[in-house]
Design a protein around this ligand. Structure first.
Ligand SMILES: [Zn+2]
Length: 99
Protein backbone atom coordinates (compact mmCIF):
# COMPACT_ATOMS: atom_id res chain seq x y z
CA UNK A 1 0.00 0.00 0.00
CA UNK A 2 1.29 3.44 -0.90
CA UNK A 3 0.51 6.39 1.31
CA UNK A 4 -0.53 9.43 -0.66
CA UNK A 5 1.57 12.42 0.26
CA UNK A 6 -0.07 15.80 0.83
CA UNK A 7 1.24 18.23 -1.77
CA UNK A 8 1.94 21.25 0.41
CA UNK A 9 3.36 24.26 -1.48
CA UNK A 10 6.50 24.25 0.73
CA UNK A 11 7.00 20.57 -0.01
CA UNK A 12 6.72 21.10 -3.78
CA UNK A 13 9.22 23.98 -3.51
CA UNK A 14 11.63 21.97 -1.34
CA UNK A 15 11.59 18.95 -3.66
CA UNK A 16 11.99 21.15 -6.76
CA UNK A 17 14.95 22.96 -5.15
CA UNK A 18 16.65 19.70 -4.11
CA UNK A 19 16.08 18.28 -7.59
CA UNK A 20 17.75 21.33 -9.15
CA UNK A 21 20.72 20.73 -6.85
CA UNK A 22 21.00 17.18 -8.19
CA UNK A 23 19.86 15.46 -4.97
CA UNK A 24 18.42 11.95 -5.34
CA UNK A 25 14.93 11.15 -4.00
CA UNK A 26 16.54 9.23 -1.13
CA UNK A 27 18.81 12.17 -0.22
CA UNK A 28 15.87 14.61 -0.41
CA UNK A 29 13.71 12.28 1.70
CA UNK A 30 16.44 12.13 4.33
CA UNK A 31 16.83 15.92 4.37
CA UNK A 32 13.06 16.54 4.68
CA UNK A 33 12.29 13.66 7.05
CA UNK A 34 10.02 11.90 4.55
CA UNK A 35 10.01 8.47 2.94
CA UNK A 36 11.74 8.20 -0.47
CA UNK A 37 8.45 7.09 -2.07
CA UNK A 38 6.79 10.32 -0.87
CA UNK A 39 9.54 12.37 -2.51
CA UNK A 40 9.18 10.33 -5.71
CA UNK A 41 5.41 11.08 -5.70
CA UNK A 42 6.05 14.82 -5.30
CA UNK A 43 8.73 14.78 -7.99
CA UNK A 44 6.39 13.01 -10.43
CA UNK A 45 3.62 15.49 -9.56
CA UNK A 46 6.05 18.24 -10.59
CA UNK A 47 6.74 16.37 -13.84
CA UNK A 48 10.46 16.00 -13.08
CA UNK A 49 12.61 13.02 -14.17
CA UNK A 50 14.90 11.36 -11.61
CA UNK A 51 17.62 13.83 -10.57
CA UNK A 52 20.99 13.54 -12.23
CA UNK A 53 23.92 14.17 -9.91
CA UNK A 54 25.99 17.13 -11.02
CA UNK A 55 29.35 16.25 -12.54
CA UNK A 56 32.25 16.83 -10.17
CA UNK A 57 33.45 19.79 -12.26
CA UNK A 58 30.29 21.79 -11.40
CA UNK A 59 30.78 21.56 -7.65
CA UNK A 60 31.99 24.66 -5.77
CA UNK A 61 35.78 24.94 -5.55
CA UNK A 62 36.36 22.39 -8.30
CA UNK A 63 38.31 23.73 -11.25
CA UNK A 64 41.33 23.14 -13.41
CA UNK A 65 44.53 24.07 -11.56
CA UNK A 66 48.19 23.66 -12.37
CA UNK A 67 50.01 20.97 -10.45
CA UNK A 68 52.76 22.43 -8.24
CA UNK A 69 55.08 19.52 -9.04
CA UNK A 70 54.71 18.81 -12.78
CA UNK A 71 52.90 22.07 -13.78
CA UNK A 72 50.34 20.10 -15.81
CA UNK A 73 46.69 21.19 -15.62
CA UNK A 74 44.44 18.82 -13.63
CA UNK A 75 40.95 18.82 -12.08
CA UNK A 76 41.52 20.11 -8.57
CA UNK A 77 38.85 19.31 -5.94
CA UNK A 78 39.51 22.47 -3.94
CA UNK A 79 41.85 25.34 -3.11
CA UNK A 80 44.06 23.03 -1.02
CA UNK A 81 44.38 20.43 -3.78
CA UNK A 82 47.40 21.64 -5.77
CA UNK A 83 49.21 18.42 -6.68
CA UNK A 84 47.86 16.09 -9.37
CA UNK A 85 47.07 12.41 -8.84
CA UNK A 86 50.12 11.28 -10.80
CA UNK A 87 52.52 13.30 -8.67
CA UNK A 88 50.91 12.04 -5.46
CA UNK A 89 52.05 8.57 -6.54
CA UNK A 90 55.70 9.63 -6.48
CA UNK A 91 58.06 8.70 -3.65
CA UNK A 92 59.01 12.35 -3.25
CA UNK A 93 55.42 13.31 -2.46
CA UNK A 94 54.79 10.33 -0.22
CA UNK A 95 57.94 11.07 1.76
CA UNK A 96 56.56 14.56 2.41
CA UNK A 97 59.61 16.22 0.82
CA UNK A 98 57.73 18.35 -1.69
CA UNK A 99 55.15 20.95 -0.70
ZN1 LIG B 1 51.63 16.68 -11.15
Amino acid sequence: MTTRVTLYPWLLAAVAKAWEDGASDVATAHALGLSPSSVTQVRRHLGLPPARPKPVTERPGVKARRCLMCTRSFTSLGAGNRVCGNCKQTRLWQAGVAF
